[in-house]
Write a protein that binds this ligand. Structure first.
Ligand SMILES: [Zn+2]
Ligand SMILES: [Zn+2]
Length: 373
């Protein structure tokens, strides 16, 4: 299977992407390579085809009905039960990977490998958001997160025994979409007053209508079936202005999967978010009423477009009291998602303190009332 390994021209060891500096580095001889050098060596898409084929030539989606065999033709690629096997270019070992794998490490020699077939053609991302947090920074983000939660058991310190820390580029669809909305509400205004004999209430009813256009940019929807949507949603926001044109060299040293959720499967989720946000934004413009009730709403996304991008996520897992805890850390911002273990004693103490105090105050008031009456 066609693969790229990023070899250092000085010592032959492996070049990896270094999140902290945003450059490419050889750990063995400490050589640092700026992006332009990497592009000169490995091509603009990083798959090493710069010299042999003009960039973009095999980056066209296959014609309808042609399937996705475009760059696997002639390769000795074995697909069985959802796995592919190939020979590592560094050590020659036969490596088995999931069919969705785009970047991985050889389990025998630890060399990073990018599987070109899964980052080319229809699988070529348009953009990539390079990691900014390295492994240590991701662990620190998790530590900071659980230290800020007061119910975490004191003995829970996952940084001491993290079972697994993986830097993964997760495939995402990014949607841009215009939306035309026409929403009607019924509003009321209530006025009350009194005279010597009566209390008066006057309710006025209003028909309120709002029409207009909104434009959404970069609505992310993860395109990997094995990543839980809740985890990925909780990692937002990503700062998309830092997206780079795709180059697979950014994946060197990390893991990556190609998308396995098609764009038309993902679009309804994006549309749902667009509709909800539009509803909220329009509702905000209706003010000064005692009550507001939506009557009808037509929200139609239009001129939608999408891009296929790779976003950086650290996945950390730890075991505590025989339960596995999984955390996701935004590889750009350090935002953390995941459930922490709760110390039952601490939670109970909190409940007792906050329900017992009002009870004590009540009984003291009752006692005072009795004493003085
Ligand atoms: Zn080197
Ligand atoms: Zn190897």
């Amino acid at each position: 299977m066609d693969q790229t390994q990023y070899k250092c021209p000085n010592c032959g060891d492996v070049i990896k992407f270094a999140p902290a500096s945003g450059e490419f580095k050889c750990d063995a001889c400490d050589s640092v390579f700026p992006k332009a050098t990497i592009e000169a060596m490995f091509g603009q898409d990083g798959t090493g085809n710069a010299q042999t084929a003009p960039i973009g030539q095999d980056a066209q989606p296959p014609a309808a009905g042609q399937g996705t065999g475009y760059s696997w033709q002639g390769e000795e690629l074995e697909i069985m039960d959802g796995v592919v096997s190939y020979a590592c270019k560094s050590c020659g070992a036969e490596v088995v990977a999931d069919v969705n794998t785009a970047a991985t490490k050889c389990p025998y020699c630890d060399n990073p490998i990018v599987l070109n077939a899964n980052v080319r053609g229809v699988y070529q991302p348009q953009q990539i958001l390079p990691f900014k947090l390295d492994k240590k920074a991701a662990i620190n983000a998790l530590v900071k997160h659980y230290k800020s939660c007061k119910y975490v058991p004191p003995v829970f310190n996952p940084e001491k025994r993290l079972d697994e820390v993986k830097g993964i580029y997760v495939p995402f669809w990014l949607f841009d979409s215009g939306v035309y909305a026409d929403v009607s509400y019924e509003g009321t205004k209530v006025r009350t007053w009194s005279d010597r004999n009566y209390n008066y209430t006057e309710t006025s009813y209003y028909n309120i209508r709002r029409q207009g256009n909104l434009y959404f940019r970069n609505i992310p929807t993860d395109a990997s079936a094995k990543m839980e949507d809740e985890y990925m949603d909780a990692l937002e926001p990503f700062h998309f202005q830092e997206l780079q044109p795709f180059n697979s060299a950014y994946m060197s040293g990390f893991l990556a999967d190609k998308f396995d959720v098609e764009v038309n499967e993902a679009f309804p989720r994006a549309q749902e978010r667009i509709k909800n946000t539009t509803q909220d934004e329009f509702r905000k413009t209706v003010q000064g009423y005692s009550s507001v009730r939506p009557i009808s709403s037509a929200i139609n996304p239009a001129n939608s477009s999408y891009r296929y991008v790779m976003l950086p996520v650290w996945i950390l897992t730890t075991k505590y009291e025989n339960k596995i805890y999984k955390f996701a850390v935004n590889g750009q911002t350090g935002e953390v998602a995941g459930e922490l273990p709760l110390d039952k004693k601490k939670v109970m103490l909190h409940r007792i303190l906050y329900t017992a105090i009002p009870a004590v105050v009540m009984s003291a008031a009752y006692w005072l009332w009795q004493a003085f009456s």
